[in-house]
Design a protein around this ligand. Structure first.
Ligand SMILES: Nc1ncnc2c1ncn2[C@@H]1O[C@H](COP(=O)(O)OP(=O)(O)OP(=O)(O)O)[C@@H](O)[C@H]1O
Ligand SMILES: [Mg+2]
Length: 288
């Protein structure tokens, strides 16, 4: 898997020599007290992002709480996908991107020099708007990540494939055709397969960029139910244009507008009692 260094970003973010390491003990401690915790899993501070000279994000400071669903909403072009990609350094792959500010996962600066980006992307999985299965069998799609990370035992791989498909609520639909092409699945099934593929490498955080926007209402309901169930074990950040969906699945909602974070709060407050007029105009469909 090629690892590309981020263009320019090195000069502007704070560096420390530590490498990115997992902190499972810390997470176990914070989440075991009453089953729900308020610990911050992902945080950005004064995050700016430029595509060449064009600024797409301005001073985004946002804390994302562990094992909750956070929805990012806002009009097209406001920077939701860009922000999501900064959280697992997917923007590193885009030429001319420059980032300033700080992003931390479990308190670790993910833009520090020497950080293992493959390990980061293993922990911060991503699901895209358009399902993108590999041109391989269902089984191979899910086993792909663990294989790349070195798992060789067939029995262990099969166990991972089955558990991941179960977690993604698609096992029953595919268990009899695991070795058939993933392209033979419906759009909604392909999207759940992609979620299974993301889960197979055991991430902590799932980034979902409009994961249900191309799906029919039944498939959408399945994805929403899945998100609801997954948040017991994962921190989920979802971009959506569907206000009802944001209201149904998320605990926290962040409203972006023209590259800025306008308001963030409990989803109920954002939809019923927002502080900012821009937020109110957007959630009530009066935006113009
Ligand atoms: N690869 C890129 N190169 C240059 N500019 C980009 C690139 N990707 C996004 N942009 C610009 O950055 C801004 C934010 O785009 P982004 O895709 O993050 O918006 P978004 O909120 O996800 O929109 P949508 O709801 O339409 O998906 C836009 O002005 C967009 O044109
Ligand atoms: Mg987008």
């Amino acid at each position: 898997m090629p690892i590309m260094e981020p263009p320019v970003a090195e000069e502007v973010v704070t560096r420390s020599p530590a490498v990115f390491t997992q902190a499972p003990e810390v997470r176990a401690e914070t989440s075991s007290k009453n089953g729900s915790s308020n610990s911050v899993k992902v945080s950005s501070r004064d995050l700016d992002l430029f595509y060449g000279t064009k600024q797409a994000l301005s001073k985004i400071s946002l804390d994302i709480v562990e094992r909750r669903v956070t929805a990012l909403i806002g009009p097209s072009g406001c920077g939701k996908s860009t922000y999501l990609r900064t959280l697992n350094r997917m923007n590193d792959l885009i030429p001319g991107v420059r980032i300033a500010g700080r992003v931390e996962i479990d308190g670790i600066d993910i833009y520090q020099r020497g950080l293992d980006v493959v390990e980061l992307r293993k922990r911060i999985g991503m699901v895209f708007q358009k399902s993108n299965p590999f041109p391989k069998s269902i089984w191979e799609n899910v086993a792909y990540g663990p294989k790349v990370l070195g798992e060789r035992q067939k029995a262990r791989l099969h166990e991972i494939v089955e558990t991941s498909l179960q977690k993604a609520a698609i096992w029953e639909e595919v268990k009899d055709r695991l070795h058939h092409s993933a392209f033979g699945l419906s759009g909604g099934q392909q999207q759940r397969l992609c979620i299974a593929r993301a889960l197979a490498v055991e991430p902590d955080v799932l980034l979902m960029d409009e994961p249900a926007s191309a799906l029919d209402p039944i498939s959408t309901a399945k994805i929403e139910e899945l998100i609801f169930n997954l948040k017991k074990n994962y921190t989920i950040i979802i971009v959506t244009h569907n206000m009802q969906q944001a209201a149904r699945v998320s605990d926290t909602t962040a409203f972006f507008y023209m590259g800025e974070l306008i308001e963030v709060g409990d989803t109920r407050d954002i939809f019923t009692n927002p502080v900012k007029k821009q937020t109110e105009d957007y959630v009530t469909g009066r935006f113009g």
